[in-house]
Design a protein around this ligand. Structure first.
Ligand code: NAD
Length: 487
């Protein structure tokens, strides 16, 4: 059990973490606490020279430590110890995460911290099990496919689940034998810094995990454009993903994995278990106040059960109480920033002005900081931003369909294809519809990721390129060299 804490009692380091030590730099960007709106000091913005220093530290650590060239099981052992330390330090990590993010402190030790530690263990175990192949060439030669790390991997993460997003990037890159230069979101830097510090305490050579603080245009650009970075791993918005692709194209050629935005549909057929569907749908849009890439924000429901489902959703979306993220009794998350809550409310009010009906919510909550009511809208115009844009807030739209054909057509989004949910008791229909939906993940009679880290995650269309988690994420951090020997 974790207890409430006073956010003003925390004094986290605010420097970059490079080569195993904190590096002070001029504070330039104000930080805020979403749960009360207060300013919480300021952060530096790493410029190109600072990013270069981190890349150089990564290269030097790789050369000095034999991380990639030594016994692979040594990587496993150090990473398992790191995962244990992360769990042992769950209280500290939870406080560092809760203070400036949207994550309520009570959800962190058993949630984000435990998940991050398990992700690290999952990838640690791959270090001595995956990679390389012998090719079926003629007997007079020997063809080998040699699997190698990139060297230094650049990673950039968003603010919505700061710790586990850092885990998604760091764990496969390190297990695969790389060093990493990670830039966490400028709004939520503290858990990544502490994870980096713990990596050194666990015996991962200093300089393999470097964290540079800063924004996208300066620090992010310096990472994606750095010639010493062999691969870029990004999670964030589709717009930033496009900017990164542009910068990589301008500055050279390097592989990238991009985990981007979504506007995911949840299809509820007339034979569905409506209580199960309502539980899953309401949870997916209220958890972290809908600030999840996978949020199932478009409910498509068979007309005959639409009213019944709406009533169940209203019951489940009501009653969420705002509370500071450092209050151990709080469960409902604030919105990350004033700018974001203003955008959410703007989209909701525009939809209402266009004729949408409010079934519940549609306003800010009466609490300091930035809290928004879980909101259910119906009758929303098809071209309304409430239906077309990723809102990244606790806002659901509900629209009826008349048959399977129409449901599939409505589920299709012109640009996004991250996830989809299907609720039906008819297995044939579930699988038929699953095949027709263009999305990187489809959940049937459930919604949301499990803790099965073997399952890769990633989007179709403009929701991304490549996968995080699963074997795919490990292999995305390795490159293949073909070797042919005439015997
Ligand atoms: P964001 O794109 O604004 O920022 C993400 C990160 O990218 C931050 O660290 C930011 O500083 C950096 N960045 C911004 N512009 C950049 C640039 N031009 N070059 C390099 N770095 C840049 O996203 P956010 O608001 O932090 O997070 C929310 C978004 O992330 C949503 O769109 C959400 O769907 C997406 N997301 C996707 C997944 C997934 O698995 N697909 C998971 C979590 C979040």
């Amino acid at each position: 059990m974790i207890s409430s804490f006073d956010p003003d009692s925390l004094h986290p380091p605010r420097g970059h973490f490079i080569g195993g030590t904190y590096v002070a730099d001029r504070a330039a960007l104000a930080l805020h606490r979403p749960a009360d709106g207060a300013e919480f000091g300021a952060l530096p913005v790493a410029d190109a020279a600072m990013v270069d220093r981190a890349v150089t530290a990564g290269r030097a650590a790789l050369a000095a430590s034999g991380w990639a060239s030594g016994v692979p099981r040594d990587r496993t052992r150090a990473m398992l110890k790191w995962a244990d330390l992360i769990e042992a330090e769950a209280g500290t990590l939870a406080r560092l995460e809760a203070v400036c993010s949207t994550r309520p402190v009570a959800q962190l030790p058993g949630g984000d911290v435990a998940v991050t530690a398990e992700q690290i263990r999952f990838f640690a175990e791959m270090a001595d099990k995956e990679g390389g192949d012998l090719a079926p060439t003629r007997d007079a030669s020997l063809g080998m496919i040699v699997d190698e790390p990139y060297g230094v991997v650049g990673a950039i993460t968003p603010w919505n689940f700061p710790m586990s997003m850092a885990g998604w990037k760091l764990a496969p890159a390190l297990a695969a034998g790389n060093a990493v230069v990670l830039k966490p979101s400028e709004m939520t830097p503290f858990s990544a810094l502490y994870m980096a510090e713990l990596s050194v305490r666990a015996g991962i050579p200093a300089g393999l995990v470097n964290v540079v603080l800063g924004d996208g245009p300066v620090t992010g650009n310096a990472i994606t454009g750095h010639p010493g970075i062999g691969k870029v791993s990004f999670t964030g918005s589709t717009g930033a993903g496009q900017a990164i692709m542009g910068n990589i194209a301008r500055t050279g050629v390097k592989p990238m994995t991009l985990e981007l935005g979504g506007k995911s549909p949840q299809l509820v057929f007339d034979d569905a278990d409506l209580d199960l569907a309502a539980d899953c749908i309401a949870r997916s849009i209220t958890f972290n106040a809908g600030q999840a890439c996978v949020a199932g924000s478009r409910v498509l429901v068979a007309r005959g059960v639409a009213d019944a489902l709406a009533a169940k959703l209203i019951a489940r979306m009501a009653g969420h109480r705002p509370g500071a993220t450092w209050d151990a009794g709080a469960q409902y998350a604030p919105i990350i920033s004033e700018r974001q809550i203003t955008r959410i409310d703007g989209i909701v009010q525009a939809a209402i002005a266009q004729g949408a009906e409010v079934l519940t919510g549609a306003a800010r909550m009466d609490h300091p900081g930035w809290f928004y009511q879980p909101t259910l809208l119906t009758g929303v115009a098809a071209d309304s931003p409430a239906v077309t844009e990723e809102i990244f807030g606790p806002v659901l739209t509900l629209e009826p369909f008349d048959d399977e054909e129409q449901a599939v057509a409505m589920a299709d989004h012109p640009t996004y294809g991250l996830c989809a949910g299907i609720f039906t008791r008819d297995l044939s229909r579930a699988l038929r519809v699953m095949r027709r939906i263009e999305a990187g993940t489809v959940w049937i009679n459930r919604y949301g990721r499990s803790r099965d880290h073997i399952l890769p995650t990633g989007g179709y269309k403009s929701s991304g390129i490549g996968k995080d988690l699963g074997r795919a994420a490990y292999h995305a951090n390795r490159r293949q060299k073909t070797v042919l020997i005439d015997l």
